[in-house]
Design a protein around this ligand. Structure first.
Ligand SMILES: C[S@@+](CC[C@H](N)C(=O)[O-])C[C@H]1O[C@@H](n2cnc3c(N)ncnc32)[C@H](O)[C@@H]1O
Length: 268
């Protein structure tokens, strides 16, 4: 069974194709809309040059290096449950001793209360069993006056344009319903607001106009296969759907859309 992106990130190390998950994260680094919302999530942390900041569920560690530039006199700690991703993040940051990477489950982090000035998480609460516990843990590890930032997609906003809107809707629903917490983006304000004072809130569209990018990020062919296997669409509909996407990609009428919410909460 090959890895489906919608649920592969729940348990990276036990997935059949860890590299596919890594390729998805790496591809985002080159896409302007991902860079834009990430930049906003860094700014929302309100860091000083000597802040200590944590990136919770840091994946391959790309954001650790960006955070490091914002805290030249402070420190950056990455945290992730996946041994494979922790190893990759340690390699990436090997030359900088102010960046450390810790392996563990965000639901019970072995980190002291108030250890950080800021903590962020990015597209990860969507995969967690208990996102409310994860947010409580993030609130616990920041100091009084510190900031927690979460950036999460709202999968009800996911749209794949095609020549058959009904098939698009089935594919979109299948991907969204496989994500553990598909509505987490629009729930962030309430989730953080339970224990933190909401500061920043912005919504960022991810608009992909090239099918190869959308394929890596949204696992489109795999989604179509799953819908065919589950008999949610016919094989002919699936084939025609993929053909219409290719045609659109060639003539410039293809797009895939997803909205990401960025929310910050201050610990009072
Ligand atoms: C979609 S990736 C996002 C990675 C990174 N934040 C980024 O923006 O590229 C989700 C990450 O959450 C991690 N993860 C999932 N469940 C976790 C948990 N319970 N505790 C810590 N990390 C977890 C995965 O290992 C994976 O690295």
């Amino acid at each position: 069974m090959s890895t489906f992106l919608a649920d592969g990130f729940r348990s990276v190390d036990s997935s059949a194709d860890t590299e596919k998950l890594g390729r998805c994260l790496s591809a985002m680094e080159d896409l302007a809309d991902f860079r834009a919302y990430k930049q906003k999530s860094f700014e929302a942390l309100n860091l000083r040059s000597d802040s200590d900041v944590a990136d919770i569920a840091c994946g391959l560690g790309y954001d650790l290096l960006k955070l490091r530039q914002l805290v030249p006199d402070g420190g950056v700690t990455g945290f992730d449950i996946s041994e494979a991703f922790v190893a990759a993040a340690r390699d990436l940051a090997a030359s900088d001793e102010s960046v450390r990477v810790v392996q563990g489950d965000v639901h019970e982090m072995a980190i002291d209360d108030g250890a950080f000035d800021g903590a962020r998480t990015d597209r990860s609460l969507q995969h967690m069993e208990k996102p409310d516990v994860a947010v409580s843990e993030m609130a616990r590890i920041v100091k009084q006056g510190g900031t927690v930032v979460a950036a999460e997609p709202d999968w009800t906003s996911y749209h794949l344009v095609s020549d058959n809107a009904e098939v698009s809707a089935v594919i979109e629903r299948e991907f969204g319903s496989t994500i553990r917490n598909p509505a987490i983006g629009r729930q962030l304000v309430d989730l953080l607001g339970k224990q933190l004072q909401i500061g920043h809130h912005s919504v960022h569209p991810i608009l992909l106009r090239h099918l190869p990018d959308a394929e890596i990020i949204f696992d489109i062919t795999h989604s179509v296969q799953r819908c065919c296997d589950k008999q949610l669409i016919t094989k002919d509909d699936g084939r025609a759907f993929l053909e219409s996407l290719s045609r659109r990609s060639e003539n410039g009428t293809f797009f895939a859309l997803l909205c990401v919410h960025v929310v910050s909460g201050i610990k009072r």
